[in-house]
Design a protein around this ligand. Structure first.
Ligand SMILES: NC(=O)c1ccc[n+]([C@@H]2O[C@H](COP(=O)([O-])OP(=O)(O)OC[C@H]3O[C@@H](n4cnc5c(N)ncnc54)[C@H](O)[C@@H]3O)[C@@H](O)[C@H]2O)c1
Length: 243
């Protein structure tokens, strides 16, 4: 029996490494991303790329439907796609708020809702990619932090709701991870070098995590090795929230 996963935000960064790790672990994956570069992941019978905006109405049905139609089952959903916004609240518009919730929160709710009937059949898992920003206060991230707080609570809520139906729901909460997401945020700062120094200084291990370190935590939370774990937010943050 081959396990099957849907991973959102799969074209680069953490999502891409999640796909790689899942394939190594024997999964077949529907890899969803708004970027057409997700097509680079195509791997006959192993990775089916789906170029789609997670916020689009038809994406939950298309992503889950593709996994079930092509692979016959669904064992894992990884809600990873998100956008970052570092902005003081007084400079944050209503449009910023709506746009970030439309990508970071609503699709996780809608895709999870589409996946749960199939995950109930297989005794599958949901792994959400949250953030330390959903666990502790970090200046100038109000709306991004709110979206990640929502992902944390979606995780806990569904873990309880589905515990007796055999579906485990967990999240990883990365600190700073060395991806283009962080690099782009830094490049927008007035002093990117100073911004990097602050980021590294805030992480007790003195470096960013790698996307693969986050991906390995995701695969662990999807595996039988974490069979007793549900409703957990696993920090992969080099000690950030332990300070
Ligand atoms: N990089 C970090 O420091 C960090 C820290 C904490 C949490 N995270 C979280 O990790 C996850 C992945 O982050 P990353 O660093 O790999 O980011 P990234 O920007 O490198 O990759 C995100 C991917 O999501 C895709 N995406 C964005 N909007 C989309 C949409 N509407 N529909 C479909 N795909 C979309 C992008 O095209 C991209 O391929 C996100 O949930 C992010 O909030 C990242």
């Amino acid at each position: 029996m081959e396990l099957t996963a849907v991973v959102t935000g799969a074209a680069r960064g953490i999502g891409r490494d999640v796909v790689t790790r899942l394939v190594t672990a024997g999964y077949r994956v529907v890899a969803v991303d708004i970027s057409p570069t997700v097509a680079d992941l195509a791997d006959e019978g192993r990775v089916l790329p789906l170029t789609a905006d997670v916020a689009a109405d038809g994406t939950p049905g298309a992503a889950v439907g593709r996994a079930v139609a092509e692979f016959g089952r669904l064992d894992l959903l990884v809600n990873n796609a998100a956008r970052f916004l570092r902005r003081p609240i007084l400079e944050t518009s209503d449009e910023d708020f709506d746009a970030l919730f439309a990508v970071n929160v609503r699709p996780a709710f809608r895709i999870t809702r589409a996946a749960l009937p199939h995950l109930t059949e297989t005794g599958g898992c949901v792994v959400n990619v949250a953030s330390i920003s959903g666990l502790v206060g970090i200046a100038n991230q109000s709306v991004y932090a709110m979206t990640k707080g929502a992902i944390v609570q979606l995780t806990r809520q569904l873990a309880i709701e589905y515990a007796r139906r055999g579906v485990r729901v967990n999240a990883v909460a990365p600190g700073a991870v060395d991806t283009e997401f962080m690099a782009e945020a830094r490049a927008a700062d007035p002093d990117p070098a100073a911004s990097l120094a602050v980021t590294l200084g805030n992480h007790p291990i003195g470096r960013m995590s790698t996307p693969d370190e986050v991906a390995r935590a995701v695969v662990f939370l999807a595996s039988p090795e974490s069979g007793g774990i549900t409703g957990t937010i696993l920090s992969v943050d080099g000690g950030y929230v332990a300070r």
